[in-house]
Design a protein. Structure first.
Lengths: 389, 384
């Protein structure tokens, strides 16, 4: 069966900001909204039915990263998962040390809570990245101290798609007290993740980045990690996250995860890689001066393509593409709203690089087609030509 | 099937589900994105915010979206504690709050804050005088629920507001999760109230969405920090389909509000009148105006609450022990204990919680099942 794009008016190349729910996910959710309205904590049959759906979803999701079901805690999304991992660790482990390691290119849901902790007397090391958006393991080893209690390093970057050496970091931390958290919000739908092999202690995800519902995600917490619940209240999620469970959304999330088999993920990575090459080859052929921010490597997140179009400001390109019915981003959606310079590109190229103000991010998704990208390229060529006249 | 557990959660209204579905299919952009598709989402987000503000006659910028009641309570309490800790570390609440308040307070105690848990009277009401007596120079927050979720007692919010009129710096928070659509708007939005918590799924909106009211000029630290959504006070990509659906549900629940309240009252009355005839029954929820119309909690002395719930369930009627959140553990209701109900009666309590869609016919069916079960329970009374 051919999949039909959900909104035909727009060429949507902003899937790292959010993705549309697929019909199978929406149907699953509507079914649960209409038919299963028990509170999963209630002991009557309606409650038990809700509870069963919850636990089945937890199993499906746990399996997708080789975790145990009881290691999955549902949250309101990536932001809550990240905030919980950081604040929970800081509160529970401050007696062991007050040093935390992260990178300069994390999502703001990591950087903001860390900035707050710094004001409370914690020390945070922000590892630099190279021009590919990747940290160096030498830097990491040098930064690691006896009083380091947490290492939080994203699996894949949301602005440039770089893939951090997660397994190597996990290996180094095997004999260290620090807990290892990774923000896998962008990587979850594309990379095969095995938390046991990679020695990951905590991992954050978000459903709406993988064609699931908004305001839902999970935090993987390895068995044995003890820290306080960020949201206190009822005994849901084994007392690790209070709040009535959002059964329809959780069922929808499980549906979205179930569709992301290893084969499907590999297929998408390959397809998106071809998309990247299509865009770059055609732009270069047309004489557009273009360079990739980051690098085209086989192990990167292929759904993100961040490009520098020399001489054309982000704002002008974005506005013109918008008028042509193409949705792209100047950086991440969250920072884009304020038109701040990207902290990711700044970390990669320095604050004076023209790349900071002349780059755009395309991000592909389940519904992206080569037609979309050809249309995008046609429009970019037109815009560049017009500007150079 | 008769669903009498609406205080635990309500069924999403079909037209509300429809809104959720339509927005999911058509306006699924990220409201923070600058392109036109994101702007459509942003515009609907603000439209929903304005709809909610208009219903409550508050300002749109006083509405902040959350993941639900638990987050709202946690945010307001912890956000106040962090924001105002330089001024004081004392908080006042009651013994009958929802766990989202009580457990948050306990967590703050472990971090060096001091909390006063005020008692309630036999009818489950806190006294404004007690609030006045508990206030100290270092008090930063008073948090009192509007409608108690376990017995339905409405708290004297207006009287407490009067007390707090003399202490303009203290944050006054009301948990209004059980108060929506119950004719209590004036109480919730008393001019002295600074913060109120709301949860969508208690008024036929989807789960996983809620909002807080934060009065203009008041400030709390964020609980979710990151991308800077909601004026940098609540980060996280907005759940637009659920938010739009919640705005619709809120409008629907306020349509013919008085008639809906009357319907709940008459259904509740039908049950109260019937069950009160039996000797072993204690009814905690009163029909006076200081009790919410939709909650009826009673005990069948000598029979465990769980036993009663399961007996009704076998007959296709869903009720609960006193609250869903604590119903899994074998624990006595916090509210009934605070009301000094003897333990053997408190463990026998169950809650019927209604909605305007419940009918007198359902109440009568409940009564018939009650009679049948009561005969069976009499054997248990004899054994005891």
């Amino acid at each position: 069966m051919k999949e039909v794009a959900l909104n035909n008016d727009v060429v949507y190349l902003d899937n790292a900001a959010t993705t549309p729910m697929v019909p199978s996910v929406i149907n699953e959710m509507l079914d649960k909204m209409q038919n299963v309205y028990g509170n999963a904590s209630s002991t009557h049959a309606a409650g038990r039915e809700a509870h069963m759906i919850l636990e089945n979803a937890r199993q499906t999701i746990a399996k997708s990263i080789n975790a145990l079901p009881e290691e999955i805690v549902f949250t309101s999304g990536g932001t809550e998962s990240d905030n919980t991992a950081i604040m929970g660790t800081a509160i529970a482990r401050q007696h062991l040390g007050k040093h935390i390691i992260t990178t300069a290119i994390e999502h703001k849901a990591i950087l903001q809570p860390l900035a707050w902790l710094e004001k409370q007397g914690f020390e945070v090391t922000y590892l630099p990245v190279d021009e590919n958006g990747v940290i160096s393991l030498t830097d990491f080893k040098a930064a690691l101290r006896d009083d380091t209690i947490l290492v939080t390093i994203m699996m894949g970057n949301n602005e440039v798609g770089s893939h951090m050496p997660i397994q190597a970091i996990g290996e180094i931390l095997k004999d260290h007290q620090a807990w290892f958290h990774t923000d896998a919000v962008q990587a979850f739908g594309l990379l095969d993740i095995d938390v046991k092999v990679a020695n990951i202690d905590m991992l954050s995800t978000s459903a709406h980045k993988i064609n699931g519902p908004k305001q839902l995600g999970f935090l993987y917490r390895k068995t044995g990690l003890v820290f306080p619940s960020y949201l206190k209240g009822g005994d849901q999620e084994d007392k690790r996250r209070a709040g009535t469970e959002n059964i329809p959304a959780i069922a929808g999330f499980a549906q979205a995860v179930a569709e992301l088999t290893a084969t499907e993920k590999a297929k998408r990575q390959a397809k998106y890689y071809d998309f990247k090459k299509l865009v770059l080859d055609r732009l270069k052929q047309a004489g557009v001066e273009v360079a990739v921010n980051g690098s085209l490597t086989a192990d990167g997140l292929q759904h993100v393509l961040n490009i520098w179009i020399k001489g054309v400001s982000t704002y002008v390109m974005q506005t013109n593409l918008d008028l042509a019915g193409i949705a792209i981003s100047g950086g991440s959606a969250c920072t884009a709203g304020s038109l701040e310079p990207s902290h990711v590109l700044t970390a990669m190229y320095g604050s004076t690089s023209p790349r900071i103000s002349e780059s755009i991010r395309l991000s592909f998704g389940r519904y992206t087609t080569s037609d979309d990208l050809n249309y995008f390229v046609d429009q970019v060529i037109k815009i560049v030509k017009r500007l150079h006249q | 099937m008769i669903y009498f557990d609406n205080s635990a959660t309500t069924q999403a209204d079909p037209t509300v589900v429809d809104t959720y579905s339509k927005v999911s299919n058509n306006i699924w952009g990220n409201p923070s994105s600058l392109h036109n598709f994101g702007e459509q989402a942003f515009s609907l987000l603000n439209q929903s915010r304005k709809q909610i503000a208009d219903i409550f006659e508050i300002k749109p910028h006083e509405v902040f979206f959350t993941s639900g009641g638990t987050e709202g309570d946690n945010w307001i309490i912890k956000g106040t504690a962090i924001e105002k800790r330089a001024f004081g570390k004392h908080l006042i609440t009651t013994q009958i709050e929802h766990p989202a308040v009580i457990n948050t307070m306990q967590q703050l105690e472990s971090l060096g804050f001091e909390v006063t848990y005020l008692p309630v009277d036999k009818r489950g009401r806190v006294s404004a005088n007690d609030v006045a007596a508990a206030i100290r120079p270092d008090t930063i927050l008073v948090s009192v629920m509007v409608v108690n979720n376990e017995v339905g007692a409405i708290q004297p919010i207006a009287e407490i507001a009067e007390v707090l009129a003399d202490y303009p710096k203290i944050h006054f928070h009301v948990d209004a999760v059980q108060a929506v659509g119950k004719g209590l708007q004036e109480l919730v939005f008393n001019s002295r109230v600074d913060f109120a918590t709301f949860s969508g799924h208690k008024f036929h909106a989807p789960r996983g969405v809620g909002f807080i009211y934060m009065k203009e000029g008041r400030r709390i630290a964020p609980l979710m920090s990151g991308g800077g959504q909601e004026k940098n006070l609540r980060s996280g990509t907005e759940n637009l389909p659920a938010i739009a659906a919640m705005a619709k549900a809120l409008r629907l629940v306020h349509e013919d509000e008085q008639a809906k309240i009357a319907q709940e009252q008459v259904v509740r009355q039908t049950i109260i009148e019937h069950i009160s005839n039996q000797p072993n029954i204690t009814v905690f929820s009163e029909t006076t105006s200081d009790f919410a119309p939709h909650i009826l909690t009673f005990a069948i002395e000598g029979v465990r609450g769980e036993t009663i719930v399961h007996a009704f369930e076998e007959q296709g009627i869903y009720i609960s022990t006193t609250s869903a959140c604590s119903s899994k553990k074998e624990q006595v209701s916090g509210t009934l204990v605070a009301m000094k109900v003897p333990e053997h009666i408190a463990t026998s309590a169950v809650r019927v919680s209604l909605d305007a869609t419940n009918t007198i016919a359902e109440a009568q069916q409940f009564n018939q099942v009650f009679d049948k079960l009561y005969v069976g329970f009499e054997k248990i009374f004899v054994k005891n």
